[in-house]
Design a binder for this molecule. Sequence first.
Ligand code: ADP
Length: 497
Amino acid sequence: MQLKSNTNKILRILYIASEAEPLVKVGGLGDVAGSLPRTLRAIDPKMIKGYTLDVRLVLPFHTAIQKKIQDTQTNIMQIAEYSIPQGERVIQTRAYYAQVHEMPIYFISGEPIPNEAPVYSQDPFLDGVKYSFFSVAVLELLRHIDWKPDIIQANDWHSALSVYLLPQLRQQDNLYSHIKSILIIHNLPYMGGGYDRVFPLYYFNIQSSQDNRLPDWARSLPLPLGISKADLVITVSPTYAREIMTPQFGCGLEQLLQSRSDTVIGIVNGLDPDEWDPQKDQTLPKSFSLSNMQLRQINKLSLLTQLNLDSSQDQPLFIMITRMDYQKGVDLAVQALRMISDQPWQAIILGTGDPNLENTCRQLENDFPDRVRAIIRFDSQMAHVMYGGGDSIIMPSRYEPCGLSQMIAMRYGCIPIAYATGGLIDTIHDDSELILNTGFLFYDCSPEGLANSLRRVINSYFDHLNWQKIQMRCMNQDFSWNKSALEYTQLYLKMCD
Ligand code: ADP
C-alpha cells in the first residue's frame, strides 16, 4: 500500500547496528553492517521494479568512531538535540550526521554511551543501559529529522528494543504507523542478558512483555522481545534459521520461533569485495588471483619467516582467526592438534577474548614452539596476511549462524575445515570423493572428530594437484553480496507492497 503512494519510487531503510566497518569493527556484524547497506544502495532500480533504495545507517557514537572521524577528517554535523526520559530524569541526546564513503550515517550520543568505553564492555549491565538507550533514541530521532524510513532493520539484541517498541509507537503517533520492522539474528544466545537488571532502574519507559509465547525468563530481554514483535525475523543462513527452531540451538526460544516460522527466513551473509580481494589486497606481501595462484606460496613463506617458524619443509599451515569464545571451539582445535602431533603441520592462531582460551592457545605454543604461534590480539592486518598465506582455516564452531571467516578464507584460497553446522553447511561443500569440494566438514563435534578430519586434510594437502583444484574451486565461489542483497530487496518489496 505504501509503495503505491510512493511516487518517487524510493524505498527508505534505516539500518540500525552497534558496529560497522570502516568506522569500528569487533566481529562479523561490523563486516556485515559495513557492506550490506552499501550494496543495497548500489542496486540498479531496474532489478527491483524501478525502486531506488535509500538505505541509511545509524550507530552509537562510540569513542572509537569519534576518533576515526577525526583522524580521517570526515565532515560531521550535529543535526538534532532531544531528551529521552529515564525514570525521574531525562537524558540529553545528540544526533550527528556524516557521509562516510558516500554512506549516510546517523550517530547517537548521550550519557549512557560513555567516553572511552569499548563497543561491548565486559559488564552486561552497562551494555544493557547503553543499548536500550540507543534503541529508544533511534526511534525518537525520527521525530527530529526530515527523513522517514519505510522499514527499520535492527541487528542482534543491541537494537532489538527498537523493533519491540515500534508497534506501541505506531498506535501513538502517525509518524510511525507505516514503518515495518525486520530483526536480524546474527547470534541467538546473545540476548542482552543483564538487561533484566536494567529494567527496574533504567526503564526508558519500556515495559516487559505479557506475550505468553515468551518464556518467563525472556520477557525482559531485548532479543526475545524484538523477536516477538518484528514483522520479519531474518537469520544469517537458511540452515541456522531451521536450527534455531530446535531445542538444540533454540536457546529456549524454539517455541516462540516455531510460532513465527512463516516469518523466520535465512539469508547468507556476503563479503565486502573491496575489503577482501587477494588481487587488490595491499596488506599481502604478494597479491594474487586465480590465474597466478602459485604466488600464494610467497605469502606463506613470508608469514612463516615473519613469525620465526620453519619454512624449509613442505607441510600444511593451519590458521585460526577468531573471537576466543566457547562457541568457536578453540579448545577443540587445541586438543585436536595435540592429538595429531605425530603428523606434519604448523599452526598460527590469531584471536582474543576469553582469557582461559587465550591461555590454552599460549600453552599450545609453549609446548610446540617450533610449529605453533598464538597471537593474542585483534589485528586486521595480520588476519589478511594469514588468509593469504595459510593453507587451511580451522573452524570447529559448536554453532555458527553464518560465519564470514570461512568465506574470506576461500576467497583467498585457504581451504576451510569446519564442523557441519549452520552457515558452515550452507557455504562449504564437502563430498567424500573430493570431486566438488570447497572444504572439509566434520560431523562429530569433539576433539577426536576434528582430529580425524585434520588427518584427512593433511593427506589431501600432499596430493598437491588435487589440493590446488580445491583451492581454485574455493576462489571461484561467489561470496559477494549480490545474490543475498537481492533476496533482502525482494523481502522489502513484499513487506511494503
Ligand atoms: P563472529 O562474527 O562470530 O565473530 P565471523 O566469522 O562471522 O565470526 O566474523 C569474524 C570476523 O572478525 C572476520 O572478518 C575475522 O577475520 C575477524 N576477526 C576475528 N578475530 C580477529 C582477530 N583477532 N583479528 C583480526 N580479525 C579478526
